[in-house]
Design a binder for this molecule. Sequence first.
Ligand code: SAM
Ligand code: SF4
Length: 327
Amino acid sequence: MRDTFNRKIDYLRISVTDRCNLRCRYCMPEEGVPSIGHGQVLTFEELFRVARVAVELGVRKIRLTGGEPLVRKGLIPFVERLCQLPQQPELTLTSNGLLLADQAAELKRVGLQRVNISLDTLKPELFEQITRRPGLDQVLKGIDAAEAAGLWPLKVNMVPIRGVNAGEIADFARLTFEHDWQVRFIEFMPVSGGLDYPPESRLPAAEISEVLHAIAPLAEIEPKGPVGPARLYRLEGAKGVVGVIPAVSDHFCGECNRLRLTSDGFLRPCLFCEDEIDLRTALRRGCSDEELALLLRGAVQIKPERHRIAEEQVIPTRRRKMQGIGG
Ligand code: SAM
Ligand code: SF4
């Protein structure tokens, strides 16, 4: 599929649930979000149908996200079905890692290729402060389990926030001396108005890079395959690599290849734009695969050229927050 700016759209992110077992301050309010009613969430059968049609239209990479995808029961058979599609899309998952120790081996067995684990601090008290829940040990066990299961390359995503965990950038980067991981720093996106951290908490990519440069000589890595929006570097002597994702300061919309499917069945052509296409109504009135394909193509056609969150600084309370879209 090509959009009106001639971008090839071959990546679908599927949010399988809006529920989560953490309450990260930049993503969710303390009380959680009013959960989408059970009947409104797409069944795995419906999610699979959308994925199958998307793959028939040329999607080659699927990422499962949430909320926290591992809290939804029945995820593993769903992963298995996706992996059995004849086009064999690349299948990955983004998780907070809390339930990964129990599920990593099984996920790998049914065909999941890789996992991105979100972790913002290596300090137990700060973990509890940011996520409003204990659990750092459990996440670290999850990372070990993912590595042992062969979910590789393992990516650890950290969102540095000024005055909170920004002082840990170097500690995270130094993990790559010991581990062959990709440790990536993602600019905080002030998109969820009313949550705990104000726009000034954002640490621009340039500042993140300065910290990395101060640790050791840094060599930029020529990407071998698609790496997405990250700029990758290797610290001299490190086994793994570090990456910086300038989500706000240097938008990478020109290379954006994604569509997002929310757990209640809406296709979102851009993370930061409110336009959505309702697939659920079509699915539930028994639409044909051809109609579904038309809706998918329609979403591609309305994909905007770029987002403008850097200019707007913050988009106040939106219909969905990050956990409702999947990041
Ligand atoms: N629960 C899973 C997790 O945390 O990995 C998947 C969903 S979460 C919404 C996906 C990613 O979005 C996480 O890496 C999280 O850190 C990131 N995220 C959420 N809100 C964000 C924000 N305001 N700015 C930057 N990243 C954010
Ligand atoms: Fe949950 Fe992920 Fe949002 Fe944290 S970032 S509250 S783990 S969905």
